[in-house]
Write a protein that binds this ligand. Structure first.
Ligand code: IYR
Length: 224
């Protein structure tokens, strides 16, 4: 039997109401801003104030999470030597992926994006944010899993990317595979599982992006 359970402690909701007449404009403006986000693979090495990164990570930390366990860790890599090591390890794994580990079908999908095993952005972008998913915590010497950690961290990363974009920064959601080398290079404990690696910076002056489109609303939404 479980011991005595704590009672919830409740406080009044601080809900900032948006005037009815303003709601659609706010929704439109936010969509227009977010719809300009593109995944960027070509970066300038121009400096980014660390305060912008801090505020975006603080925003990511507002995400809802399973049992409010906030199962995320954001490691910000600025150090050139660490970035070099990450690039070296990522390119080694990516070489294997592009030359045998990925299926023909998968490679056909990626051909349109023009990706390959070369990852210069891992050294050029001023910051790499490596997101870890905390899969268990220790409580009184006992391991306890976190709950819905994949979903929770996924939501937090969505907020992170939105916040960085809103602050005028470009990002790439990069998932070298396998990503275990990030745990080793960054010396993270074994309950922190690499989730995604996000280069952040300003785009290169001549940055190009794939000519791709987003599915229209009627292809992604169903009202029943
Ligand atoms: N991780 C590899 C391959 C890759 C996979 C997917 I799914 C993409 O949308 C893009 C790339 C890479 O980063 O190149």
């Amino acid at each position: 039997m479980a011991g005595e359970l704590k009672k919830p402690k409740l406080v009044p909701l601080e809900f900032v109401a948006v005037h009815r007449g303003e709601q659609m404009k706010r929704a439109d403006d936010f969509f227009a801003m977010m719809n300009r986000r593109r995944t960027v693979r070509e970066y300038s090495d121009a400096e980014v104030p660390i305060e912008l990164i801090e505020k975006a990570i603080a925003t990511a930390g507002t995400a809802p999470s399973g049992a409010n366990m906030q199962p995320w860790r954001f490691v910000v890599v600025k150090d050139r030597e660490i970035k070099r090591k990450i690039r070296e390890a990522a390119e080694k794994e990516e070489y294997e992926s592009y030359h045998g580990r990925m299926s023909e079908k998968w490679l056909r999908r990626l051909a349109v994006l023009g990706t390959d095993e070369h990852k210069p952005f891992l050294e050029i972008a001023p910051y790499l944010i490596v997101v870890f998913r905390i899969n268990s915590v220790e409580e009184n010497g006992e391991a306890e899993p976190t709950y819905y950690s994949q979903e929770s961290v996924g939501i937090a990363v969505g907020l992170l990317i939105a916040a960085l974009h809103n602050a005028g920064l470009a990002t790439l959601t990069h998932t070298p595979s396998p990503m275990k080398f990030l745990q080793e290079i960054l010396g993270r404990p074994k309950n922190e599982i690499p989730f995604v690696l996000i280069p952040v910076g300003y785009p290169a002056a001549d940055a190009m992006v794939p000519d791709i489109t987003r599915k229209p609303l009627d292809k992604i939404m169903e009202v029943v």
